[in-house]
Design a protein around this ligand. Structure first.
Ligand code: URA
Length: 423
């Protein structure tokens, strides 16, 4: 190890507000992945970046180094490949509908997804509630050629530096840094090989980014990374102050996604799916109307093939909770607030999410909203169901939910679902 490349020098450079050189970035990411830079040194560097930031060039190089820590997939498929990433929210089951929909429109969707941690759900956890389904897909390209869509677990060799660094950031309070979040997300997405990418950047209580200004900055940072790495990228800023749809959890969200694929389901879920599909198809160069394809049932047909290709039975009954508790309205009025974070925490407490990586989740756990923001309710009217296999958690979940429910005399003006599109 040369003096120039010592971890202490790299940390000091950033601690004192300097720029990291390309050589420093390449070295520190590589040496950390190999175990040569100690976790306490990487923690100090992450905190220095958290406090001092990185400029666009540093962020792009940091992302490139994380991609280079593993393999970058090349997907040998005969249609345009386009992916979507959501920065995470509550009730966000959009991927389940979007992947088969965009495939039914003629593109290939390689969707490598994660597990949930804390109050935000994970797509793999949701799909694992389908009997037999597995996120382990040995040959992504083969499934893309056959079905057009795959939702799978990322292999351990996809941006392994990010996997290690994210776990470290999680326990050192260095997650909420725009350069670190942007490079983390984009390194995994770019390594998974799509030609283009649509980002759903969430804003609001249930999201990482609480304000529109922060979300716009995150979106612009990710767009610049996409451009620097030759991946055509669009970002859609969307509201996450209230949950998407009427469910938050695992099997309950799968059931809601299937409703949408069958032509029904909540209007906000349909709207966001179609908006994101339009952006994906535009990037893929396909002139197809996703709303028509959704209504035709073709996306539902692709869903069935996608689930079967991964060992699942799309017609099997989904797990049902052992215990259902009803929450009722405490007064007459209009549901002015159904807070996304509160619903997410309630679902998590019911067993839908995990507190630490590796914890088991309950497939049947979650929250089903019987009324949503803007609905008129009467005292005693059921407004939500709490689903769980472990009824001892219900009081804490109920309290978490009620902290986010406000009933007012009249409806308030709410922000639109789609706030902005950045290209
Ligand atoms: N999701 C990621 O993959 N990385 C982050 O840093 C934050 C959210």
């Amino acid at each position: 190890m040369t003096e120039f490349h010592s971890a202490v020098d790299v940390i000091r450079t950033k601690r004192d507000g300097g720029r990291l050189s390309n050589e420093q970035i390449d070295w520190v990411i590589d040496a950390y992945t190999r175990g040569e830079v100690a976790p306490e040194q990487m923690s100090a560097l992450a905190m220095a970046i958290f406090l001092r930031g990185m400029d666009a060039e540093e962020i792009s190089r940091w992302t490139a180094a994380m991609i280079a820590s593993g393999e970058r997939l090349t997907l040998d498929v005969d249609r345009p490949t386009v992916d979507k990433h959501s920065t995470g929210g509550v009730g966000d089951k959009i991927t389940l509908i979007l992947a088969p929909l965009v495939a039914a429109c003629g593109a290939a969707v390689p969707q490598l997804s994660g597990r949930g941690l804390g109050h935000t759900g994970g797509t793999l956890d949701k799909l694992e509630s389908i009997p037999g389904w597995s996120g382990d897909v040995p040959d992504l390209a083969a499934q893309l050629r056959e079905v057009g869509a795959v939702i799978a677990a990322a292999s351990a060799n996809l941006a392994p530096a990010d996997r290690k660094l994210y776990a470290l950031r999680d326990v050192t309070s260095t997650v909420e840094s725009i350069p670190l979040i942007a490079s983390s997300i984009m390194s995994k997405k770019i390594a998974s090989g799509p030609e283009s990418l649509v980002l759903d950047v969430k804003v609001g209580s249930g999201a990482f980014m609480k304000t529109r200004q922060q979300a716009t900055e995150l979106a612009r940072t990710m767009l610049a990374i996409g451009q620097a790495h030759g991946v055509a990228t669009t970002a859609v800023l969307t509201d996450m102050s209230t949950p998407l749809g009427r469910t938050a959890g695992n099997a309950v969200e799968v059931a809601e996604a299937v409703e949408v694929l069958q032509g029904g389901g909540p209007q906000d879920v349909v709207e966001l799916t179609v908006v994101l599909a339009r952006e994906m198809l535009a990037l893929a160069g396909l002139d197809v109307d996703p709303a028509k394809v959704l209504a035709s049932g073709e996306a539902y047909e692709v869903w069935g093939r996608m689930i079967r290709a991964q060992g699942g039975d799309p017609d099997a009954p989904l797990p049902r909770p052992e215990h259902v508790e009803v929450v009722t309205a405490a007064q007459d009025g209009v549901l002015a607030t159904v807070d996304a974070l509160a619903v997410g925490v309630a679902a998590w407490r019911l067993g839908a999410g995990r507190a630490a990586p590796g914890d088991a989740v309950q497939s049947a756990a979650g929250v089903k909203l019987l009324a949503t923001r803007g609905d008129t309710v009467a005292t005693g009217q059921p407004i939500a169901e709490l689903h769980t296999d472990t009824p001892d958690v219900v009081p804490a979940a109920r309290q978490a939910l009620l902290e986010g429910i406000k009933i007012a005399e009249r409806a308030e003006e709410n922000s639109p679902l789609v706030l902005d599109v950045l290209r």
